[in-house]
Design a protein. Structure first.
Length: 87
């Protein structure tokens, strides 16, 4: 989905992701507990520019109650409830 978002746009990426999740021809086998929540963050991000991996990081931080995230990626500064260090 990240590649689709980069090469096309976020709407195309979300559309393809949702089509795959809802398809009767494809069996979805979650590889980790946070996949569907990550998809929700990814599709609801607006124009933040988060990759699917970034969306997963947001979900894991929220699940763990981690308020601090050590990263140089400025996109995370726009996420409510996260404090990016270094600032």
């Amino acid at each position: 989905m990240t590649v689709l978002a980069a090469r096309r746009n976020i709407n195309v990426a979300v559309s393809v992701g949702m089509t795959l999740l809802q398809s009767r021809e494809v069996e979805f086998v979650p590889c980790f507990n946070y996949f569907l929540e990550s998809m929700d963050v990814f599709k609801g991000q607006g124009k933040l520019g988060l990759s699917f991996t970034d969306a997963t990081i947001v979900v894991v931080c929220r699940e763990l109650g981690a308020g601090l995230l050590a990263t140089f990626d400025n996109s995370f500064k726009k996420i409510e409830g996260l404090t990016v260090v270094p600032d």
